[in-house]
Structures are given as C-alpha cells and as structure tokens.
Design a protein around this ligand. Structure first.
Ligand code: NAP
Length: 266
C-alpha cells in the first residue's frame, strides 16, 4: 500500500459536490491511494454512504478505515456502531476500525468490542486516533491492548509536536502512524512563504510540498481532496524528494519541537 491515502471528512455533505467527490476517490484508488479513511461522525454517516457508493466494484483494491465515536465505544456499542458503518459502506468487513478519540468508556471495554468484531470477521484490525504517548502506554496494559495497529493523529508543518515523542513511540511499538489534515485543511499553510519557496524549487505546489514533508516520516498521510485535479496533484507528491536545504527552509517557519508538546487535535 502506498503511504498516501485519502480522507473523506465533509464528503457527502453537499449534493452538488457528490459526483466530483466520488470521481476523486475512484481516481485516487486507480492511482494507488488505496487507504480510504472515513468515520461514523462525518456528516452523521453521509461520508460513509458516499464512500460505499464510490467503492462499487473497487472494494477489493481498498484498505478501508472507519471510526467509532467515543460515545458509542462501550463493548456492545462498538459492535453496533461497526455494524451500522458496514451497512452504510456496503461492505462486510473493515480493514481497520479506530476509536476516534478517547472518551468516558474504559479503553479495555472498547478493546473488548474490537476483539469481538475481529473474531466475527467484521474488522481485520483495530487502532486509535488522537491518543498521546501516555494513553498509548495505558492501552498497552489492557488485555489485548498490544494488538493496536494504528494511531491517527494531526500532523503537518504547523502541528509537528508528535515528532518529539509520539512518532518515535509508534515506530518502536510497530503501531502505524496515520497523519490527518496533512495539507492543513487547505488553509493558511498552503499560503506560507516557506512552502511557496520550496515549491518553486521543485516546480510543485505548496500542497505537494506539505505532503512530501509529511511523507519523509514513516507514516501514511490521508489528504482529503474533492476533485480529480487535487487527487492527481497529491499523488504526484510521492515523487518529490525534499533536500536537507528544503527541510531547513520549512524549519525556519515551522521549527521542530524541542520538548514535549501536548498532542494537538482538531
Ligand atoms: P486536509 O486533508 O489537510 O485538507 C483538506 C482540504 O485541502 C480540502 O479543503 C481540500 O480541498 C484541500 N486540498 C486537498 N488537496 C489539495 C491540493 N492539492 N491543493 C489545494 N488544496 C487541496 O484536511 P482534513 O480533511 O482535515 O484531513 C484529512 C482527513 O483526515 C480527513 O478528511 C479525515 O478523513 C481525517 N481526519 C481525521 C481526524 C481525526 O480526529 N481522526 C480529524 C481530522 C481529519 P478540495 O476538497 O477542494 O480538494
């Protein structure tokens, strides 16, 4: 699987964009961006329904990820939420099922639900999202907690605190790190002068530089793109090789963390 997948937050929210969003996801799959990330939260299920439609005839090519809301993450609630997601996604199995963020249910309860789903063949693996090192350590201590396969966290030049401890922790413990909002939600990051400077050196766009910057680490980045043009542009970022000089330019605007920073979330 390529280390570049596709996000789907806000997809399915506006009927006028539906056709373009489906075309974008399908083009991305053709180009090898086969990790598709969604969640029951997104549009209260509308994103999952759109993904289900987009995957028609392509499900086998995709590594499909969805997430349970913390408010549903009891043992029984996790199973019920997963079954509803499977129906919306028109599939029988998720490749990866994540706890969206930590809520009031004990981690052990959620893990028990994940493990039951695994035994029933409804998910192939499970993981978490928005958990910092202390939570990951705690997770290791609950029954089957070491089966956690992934942690999805905010990561882009503006939010790089995880470089200090969480990314190394994930690498050491063989937990796949997944970077969300890698192009800064298409906001100010894409207008930064340092990204523009590096982009001009590579005949690239700031979004491509942001992605190449994320992908220098051992992780999977999941930009959301609502058009074929953006998808193709993002895919091409995999071919960019940033130099030490490029990274130094980006560091001047977005310095690396020198000490522990609390995990940033959106
Ligand atoms: P993102 O991927 O950083 O940014 C998406 C925005 O950037 C969209 O407005 C998109 O516009 C634009 N964009 C994408 N490619 C572009 C390009 N090449 N040039 C210019 N603009 C471009 O932000 P995100 O959607 O927040 O994060 C990605 C995914 O991570 C989400 O969709 C979701 O699946 C996941 N996520 C997870 C969590 C969590 O708590 N676990 C939180 C946030 C997000 P267009 O749509 O017009 O292409």
């Amino acid at each position: 699987m390529l280390p570049l997948g596709q996000g789907t937050w806000q997809m399915g929210d506006s009927p006028g964009k539906r056709r373009d969003e489906i075309a974008a996801l399908r083009r991305g799959i053709e180009l090898g961006m086969t990790m598709i990330d969604t969640a029951e939260l997104y549009g209260s299920g509308r994103s999952e329904s759109l993904v289900g439609e987009a995957l028609e005839g392509m499900r086998d090519q995709v590594y499909l990820v969805s997430k349970v809301l913390p408010s549903n993450a009891s043992t029984e609630g996790t199973r019920g939420a997963c079954e509803a997601s499977l129906r919306r996604l028109r599939t029988e199995v998720l490749d990866l099922y994540l706890l969206h963020w930590r809520g009031s249910y004990a981690l052990a309860e959620t893990v028990a639900g994940f493990e039951q789903l695994k035994q029933e063949g409804k998910i192939r693996a499970w993981g978490v999202s928005n958990l910092d090192v202390d939570d990951m350590e705690e997770l290791q201590g609950v029954p089957e907690g070491r089966a956690c396969a992934a942690n999805q966290v905010l990561y882009n030049p503006e939010y790089r605190g995880v470089e200090y401890d969480l990314l190394p922790w994930c690498e050491e413990h063989k937990v796949t790190a997944i970077a969300y909002s890698p192009v800064g939600q298409g906001g100010g990051l894409l207008h930064s002068s340092s990204l523009a400077k590096v982009a001009s050196q590579h005949n690239a766009t700031p979004a491509q530089i942001a992605l190449a910057w994320c992908l220098r680490k051992a992780l999977i980045a999941i930009p959301k793109a609502g058009s074929v043009q953006h998808v193709e542009e993002n895919r091409a970022a995999l071919d960019l090789q940033l130099t030490e000089d490029d990274l130094a330019v980006i560091d001047t605007s977005y310095p690396p963390p020198k000490k522990k920073q609390r995990l940033a979330t959106l």
